[in-house]
Structures are given as structure tokens and as C-alpha cells.
Design a protein around this ligand. Structure first.
Ligand code: AMP
Length: 249
């Protein structure tokens, strides 16, 4: 079985995001970029399935500017077999990405697509669900455990109040949640080997998709700063403040 893993290039999760002075977006110049953390988890899961003999090829896909090749190389160094880069300068919205992924799924015919549950830059949490709808495939979202058995996959999902296990018939779309696994670091020999693995480059037009944004960003603002907390002497002083200052009791 082949697995397709979309990997998005996003601002590194350790970076303190700064809003541009004109409020049109966030500052990307000279900012460290990395693979979306949920996509690292998806790549790791695909590799584990391959190591368990359930998968024979892992294809990493990224949509975005030329530098997305680095993101794909990271996936290849972790253990993916080859990459596909959809070259697009400019914002990528979930619907356009889902349509491009659908076109690639039609061409590559994977048995499973493991998408991140959300990208940490736009926090949309939409692409996997949209892809499954476009394909008419089953979906198992927010996965914390995957078990492949024949042409079925058992997905344990993190839902409000607990865990739910669903059985999907493959081909299927799964979105990975934080507790699915802990991604490995690429070893130096694997980083060297990854340089030789192939990455195909295509344009959105080759996939029949118009990537023009459908959403207009009106304004991006920093969240309001919170006032500093206050220390109180005792419970009586706390109750007094809650009653007379905060007026919440
Ligand atoms: P989102 O719906 O934007 O929160 O993204 C959810 C997931 O969709 C990400 O974790 C990726 O797996 C995938 N995805 C979104 N945008 C891209 C992109 N430009 N390139 C590759 N994968 C993407």
C-alpha cells in the first residue's frame, strides 16, 4: 500500500510570531520555518506502518514556495521514499490544497492519506476533512492510534470526554493528533541518503486547480495584552475583590 503524507512549511513552533506593521499578516522575513508539527507526526506514523510491513511506499507532498523542498527533504530524511512539490508562491487555503491533494490522489492511488489535524499557522483544521469529502472517502480525524488490518483501519480518535474508535474501509483519510506518536529525528546517514531521493515538481495548473485565494484578510492583530495578576493576603481579601472589583460573585 502507498501512503500520501502532506507536509506544510510553517513558522517554527518556537518562534514568537510578530504581526507586520501594516497589519496585513505576520512577519515571515528572516523567520525560521519548519515542517508543521502534526505533519511530522503523520510522517512518523507512515514510517512505522512501513516498518511493520503494512506500507510499501511513502510519498510526501508539499504545496508552497521553492523552500518547501527543504520540508519535503526533512520528510525524506525521516524515512519517506519520494516527494512531490506543488510550486505556488502566495497563500495556500485549505480548499485549494485539498483540491490539489485530490488530483494527486487520483494520479498516485494511495490506500491512505495521513494529513495533520491542523496547520499551526492558519489553525484551520479543514484540509483533511475537505479532502475526504472531495474524494468521497472515509475519514478518521484527530487520531491518537492507528491499526491497519487488511483493507480496514481502526482509528482511535480524541474526542470531547474520551476516546472513540472507528473502523474505516480503506482507502481513507486520517488526520493525526498530538498523541499519535513521537516523531524521530533524522540521522546523519539518512539526511545524506535523502539528498538522492527524487522530488517531482508540478504547478497547480498541472493539477487543474486555481490556487487564487477565496478569503480576504481584513486585518491581523496581536491578542490584547492581559493585565498582571494581583497577590492577595488571604481568602477574605480574594472574596472581597471578586465581589466588589471583578463583580463576579
Ligand atoms: P489546515 O487545514 O490548514 O489546518 O491544515 C491541515 C493539514 O493539511 C496540515 O497539517 C497538512 O497536513 C495539510 N496541508 C495544509 N496546507 C498544506 C500545504 N500548503 N502543503 C502541504 N500540506 C498542507
Amino acid at each position: 500500500m502507498k501512503v500520501l503524507v502532506p507536509v506544510k512549511r510553517v513558522i517554527d513552533y518556537n518562534v514568537k510570531v510578530r504581526v507586520k506593521a501594516d497589519k496585513s499578516g505576520v512577519e515571515l522575513a528572516n523567520v525560521k520555518m519548519s515542517m508543521n508539527p502534526f505533519d511530522e507526526i503523520s510522517v512518523e506514523e507512515a514510517i512505522r506502518l512501513k516498518e511493520a510491513g503494512k506500507v510499501d511506499e511513502i510519498v510526501a507532498v508539499s504545496v508552497g514556495p521553492q523552500q518547501c523542498q527543504e520540508t519535503i527533504r526533512t520528510a525524506l530524511a525521516m524515512g519517506a521514499d519520494r516527494g512531490i512539490h506543488v510550486l505556488h508562491d502566495g497563500d495556500t487555503e485549505p480548499l485549494a490544497v485539498a483540491k490539489m491533494l485530490k488530483a494527486l490522489v487520483d494520479k498516485e492511488a494511495p490506500g491512505l492519506v495521513i494529513v495533520g489535524k491542523q496547520a499551526i499557522d492558519d489553525d484551520c483544521n479543514q484540509t483533511g476533512q475537505m479532502l475526504s469529502a472531495l474524494l468521497g472517502w472515509s475519514q478518521g480525524t484527530f487520531a491518537s492510534k492507528l491499526e491497519v488490518e487488511g483493507d480496514a483501519i481502526h482509528v482511535t480518535r480524541e474526542v470531547d470526554g474520551g476516546l472513540q474508535t472507528v473502523q474505516l474501509k480503506m482507502p481513507a483519510v486520517v488526520t493525526s493528533d498530538l498523541r499519535l506518536n513521537e516523531p524521530r529525528y533524522a540521522s546523519l546517514p539518512n539526511i545524506m541518503k535523502a539528498k538522492k531521493k527524487p522530488i517531482d515538481q508540478v504547478a497547480p495548473g498541472d493539477l487543474g486547480v486555481d490556487p487564487a485565494p477565496r478569503l480576504e484578510t481584513l486585518k491581523v492583530e496581536e491578542p490584547a495584552t492581559r493585565d498582571a495578576g494581583q497577590m492577595v493576603e488571604d481568602v477574605a481579601a480574594l472574596v472581597e475583590k471578586l465581589r466588589n472589583e471583578a463583580k463576579v460573585i
